[in-house]
Design a protein around this ligand. Structure first.
Ligand code: AR6
Ligand code: MG
Length: 310
């Protein structure tokens, strides 16, 4: 793949995260939403304001850039610094508690183990994983290791970490796929199955296969979920991408139409779709109105430069 195509994919995945997040945030908590409703909402709002999903993905990117790769301690402190600057982004209940522990001197790789039973399995570490997915797209071993370790800063439960790894793998496979060729869904699902081993995710991936072409959204929600747990949202984002693999807007609007945790499911769908189709596939009107677009583009650009030029 030529470097310009790869650059477009890096931009597409980060801007795709932010656009999906901001659009989905405007209807978060609705049970189901029609494509027309969200389109008219999107047309009415002046600025597309993103939430914690994008704010944390920005932190992941900033840390990868500054350290030219993964450094857990540095990433954890980047999250803490960013949260202190903008605590109003709609963070889940867990991360701010962990940031408090880290500020109090707890080790970056131990604080999250103290939350819930065995750590969090919320989707908070999968929603921010796009920079990891694109940066390590051609190195599955490091991809998995960094997905796990970056997740562990806030989400120590195995299901939280595997959810982040599954989302990272979906982004990596989409980054490697040739955007001008039809999307090879079977190979994509097989690649995902080979990457995660937990029964819960294996079962969800089988459900995705059997749901392909399913028009009944209630059935999709029943089998894949649309809530805040990683296992009830990462597979839903993957499925949403597959329903409209050739259309960024189609995939993201479909994700939002399923209702529930719409900002995060749309952010994750946008990350995969943007990584496959590239930045040009994201509607101009959405890109133009995205808050902080230039800064997010700058981060994608820098990640691409480090990746391709060192
Ligand atoms: N046992 C029981 N419930 C759990 C467990 C567990 N081990 N782990 C998580 N939960 P959290 P996040 C439930 O707090 O993942 C924002 O709106 C529990 O109810 O780690 O960062 C984003 O946009 C817990 O409060 O936060 C995302 O939508 C919840 O899962 C979302 O929040 C979330 O886990 C991300 O949240
Ligand atoms: Mg959010």
């Amino acid at each position: 793949m030529d470097e310009e195509t790869l650059r477009s994919k890096f931009l597409g995945s980060l801007i795709g995260t932010a656009v999906g997040d901001a659009l989905g945030a405007s209807v978060e908590g609705w049970y189901t939403v029609t494509g027309g409703q969200i389109q008219s909402l999107a047309d009415r709002v002046g600025l597309l304001v993103y939430t914690d999903d994008t704010h944390m993905a920005i932190g992941v990117a900033e840390s990868l850039i500054e350290k030219k790769g993964f450094d857990g301690e540095h990433m954890a402190h980047t999250f803490v610094r960013n949260y202190d600057r903008e605590p109003f982004r709609g963070y889940g209940p867990g991360p701010p508690r962990i940031f408090g522990m880290i500020k109090g001197g707890e080790a970056w790789d131990q604080a999250a183990e103290k939350l819930y039973s065995g750590g969090s399995y919320g989707n908070g570490s999968a929603m921010r994983i796009a920079p990891v997915g694109i940066f390590y797209h051609d190195d599955p071993t490091t991809l998995k290791e960094v997905a796990y370790k970056s997740s562990h800063i806030t989400h120590a439960h195995e299901l939280g970490k595997q959810g982040a790894a599954l989302q990272a793998c979906a982004i990596a496979l989409a980054t490697m796929a040739e955007p001008s060729s039809p999307f090879a869904s079977d190979d994509f699902i097989k690649g995902l199955k080979d990457f995660v081993d937990h029964d819960v995710y294996q079962q969800k991936l089988r459900s995705i296969e059997s749901l392909i072409g399913q028009w009944d959204k209630a059935k999709v929600v029943l089998e894949l979920g649309h809530s805040i747990e990683a296992f009830n949202s990462v597979p839903t984002a993957i499925y949403s991408f597959l329903t409209h693999s050739r259309s960024f807007a189609g995939a993201v609007l479909y994700a939002i139409s399923l209702g529930g945790d719409t900002d995060t499911i749309a952010a994750m769908t946008g990350a995969i779709s943007g990584a496959y189709l590239g930045i040009e596939a994201i509607p101009e009107t959405w890109k133009q109105r995205l808050e902080n677009r230039e800064y997010i583009e700058e981060l994608a650009e820098k990640l691409w430069l480090i990746k391709t030029k060192g």
